[in-house]
Design a protein around this ligand. Structure first.
Ligand code: SF4
Length: 319
């Protein structure tokens, strides 16, 4: 299938002064096919959100590039780029409490993209907002209310309507359910899946919950300290992980189905993810890896295809 979006050796650093910099995303390449859902997993601090924001242009690229339908996007977006690309790429944020302006009505929040990026007139905008409120499971008369009048799940629905109203082709969903009660998580996921089908969307779905990612995604990509360490079909990665980090991450993630839970080895991940400031040479997982070898401490493993399965893994155990 043709790639809709490609990140090519994408790098994003944050300078901290005194010659220190955070290597949030480093030389990361990822290709996402049209109408595909790629789930991106990894601990907090692995750079998942930074990757999502850099891909959609909310953060400038330090180096590397992003292509959308073969067109190389600017390294740094000018206002005209945001204007043009807002109808192609959007982002849904993790926290529906802080991502909605409390001083704007729900109608104003959802309409903002159309006001800025389309030539629709006020009555047509109002009608489109009313339609979108219904599509995300709210009511048209909610447009005159303010965000604080809604629950977390409802606010995320408002965030989804705001992102979808311009009819994007590609959406980064940055932990869209992590801040929600478990009881409403499935409803929001089902809404996203429904919209994916009806709108023919391509999604990068960032999440902590690996079993949810397996359920939602076609492929699963595992990120550790700014780099991808494994990528493959979501089910296959989940049930047959090959990178030591993926094994531990999946082993420590509780499986909601008790039968599946019993069939999986349970492991706990040791220690904290190291600081992404001035990262060491070699494999970045070496300080926590139970299978570390001498070579791992000085040579960075490349993400390479495995011979026996359709998978790419960055680990010296396979080279
Ligand atoms: Fe572990 Fe070495 Fe593989 Fe890194 S390269 S994950 S340290 S075995």
């Amino acid at each position: 299938m043709a790639a809709l979006l490609e990140a090519i050796e994408l790098t994003r650093y944050f300078d901290m002064g005194r010659k220190q910099r955070v290597h949030a995303v480093e030389q990361l390449s990822l290709s996402i096919a049209e109408k595909e859902i790629v789930g991106l997993v990894g601990e907090s601090g692995s750079g998942k959100s930074t990757l999502g924001k850099t891909i959609v242009g909310l953060l400038d690229k330090t180096s590397g590039s992003v292509k959308f339908r073969g067109e190389t996007l600017p390294q740094k977006y000018a206002p005209a780029d945001f204007q043009r690309l807002a109808t192609k790429m959007q982002m849904i944020f993790q926290d529906p409490y802080s991502s909605l302006n409390p001083r704007m009505t729900v109608g104003e929040i959802i309409a903002e993209g159309l006001r800025l990026h389309s030539d629709k007139k006020a009555p047509e905008i109002k009608e489109t907002v009313a339609d979108w409120l219904l599509k995300v499971g709210l009511q048209a008369n909610h447009m005159s209310r303010y965000p604080h009048e809604f629950s977390g799940g409802q606010r995320q629905r408002i965030g989804i309507a705001r992102a979808m109203i311009l009819g994007p082709e590609f959406v980064v969903c940055d932990e869209p359910i992590s801040a929600l009660d478990v009881s409403v998580q499935a409803q929001v996921i089902n809404l996203l899946r429904e919209l994916k089908e009806t709108m023919g969307l391509t999604l990068l779905f960032i999440a902590h919950d690996l079993s949810m990612v397996r359920y939602v995604s076609d492929r699963m990509a595992v990120m550790y300290l700014g780099s991808l360490v494994e990528i493959g079909k979501a089910d296959e990665v989940y049930f047959d992980p090959r990178h030591p980090y993926t094994e531990i991450l999946i082993g420590s993630n509780p499986e909601p189905d008790p039968e599946l839970e019993r069939s999986r080895p349970s492991t706990a991940i040791q220690g904290e993810i190291p600081s992404p400031v001035n990262v060491p040479e070699g494999c970045r997982f070496a300080s926590r890896c139970p299978r570390v070898m001498e070579v791992c401490r000085h040579t960075t493993p490349e993400l390479l295809p495995l011979k026996d399965v359709d998978r790419q893994v960055a680990c010296h155990l396979y080279t």
